[in-house]
Design a protein around this ligand. Structure first.
Ligand code: SAM
Length: 222
């Protein structure tokens, strides 16, 4: 079983996305176990403070090192082989290749920030820093659920058809999925491409390949 732990100030954030569709089924089937850990539980002062003002001034507050590092240690105590990932806009960009790499680990621990981010010293206690992309979210939780969802659907036994994951966008580096069509054959005057109705599998395969390459070139290398 793949073990995912999430270090967060908002465990309730994960209730809905983990209780429907593919993640729900993967959890029910015992393929993945997901545990949230409340970082605030590791704050030792009477107000359970997890944030503080930045040295040197500037806006906002930072996640304090003591409770965050204590929560990382608790996660490692529970799952000694876990791979601890800090979610941060300054991390390496998350990709399908990274998702494939992470599912080979016995499990992951996803560390979610809030406020203006983490005290820099916390970086020394994680294995890796990952960003979802070059934009700023209000917290690590939306990034963590994206990473977790991408991992879950790659775990063996999760998708009804394992072929789906192999044919998805990015299974081949840099290549997007081709366009798909279902019934009706004509929708508001827009026809399904003739080749898809031809029954000629070689022609269909070659059309899909060309479409995927063109789309990848136009949308990713432009
Ligand atoms: N001051 C930080 C900066 O400019 O990089 C942004 C902090 S953001 C408001 C709060 C938290 O959201 C971060 O600590 C991180 O955990 C999460 N976060 C925001 N954008 C993210 C992204 N693109 N990828 C991963 N995590 C992100």
């Amino acid at each position: 079983m793949f073990h995912a732990q999430i270090l967060t100030l908002f465990p309730e954030f994960f209730d809905s996305p983990l209780s429907c569709s593919i993640p729900k089924r993967a959890i029910a089937a015992g393929i993945v176990a997901v545990e949230t850990i409340q970082i605030r539980d590791f704050a030792t002062d009477k107000h359970h403070q997890v944030d503080d003002a930045p040295y040197g001034g500037g806006p906002g507050m930072l996640m304090k090192p003591e409770p965050v590092v204590a929560s990382i240690r608790a996660a490692r105590d529970k799952q000694p082989d876990t791979h601890v990932v800090m979610l941060t806009p300054s991390g390496s960009r998350f990709t399908q290749a990274k998702a494939l790499e992470l599912i080979e680990k016995p499990g992951v621990t996803l560390l979610c920030g809030r406020y203006e981010g983490f005290d820099e010293r916390i970086c020394d206690y994680v294995d890796e820093q990952i960003s979802l992309g070059d934009y700023v979210l209000s917290g690590g939780e939306p990034a963590a659920i994206c990473v977790l969802d991408a991992l879950i659907r790659l775990l063996p036994g999760v998708l009804g058809s394992p072929e789906s994951a192999v044919l998805d966008s990015f299974s081949e580096a840099g290549i997007l999925d081709w366009p798909h069509y279902t019934r009706p054959e004509i929708f508001e005057g827009k026809r399904v491409p003739e080749v898809l109705l031809s029954g000629n599998h070689a022609a269909i395969e070659s059309w899909r390949r060309v479409q995927a390459e063109e789309r990848s070139k136009n949308r990713r290398q432009g």
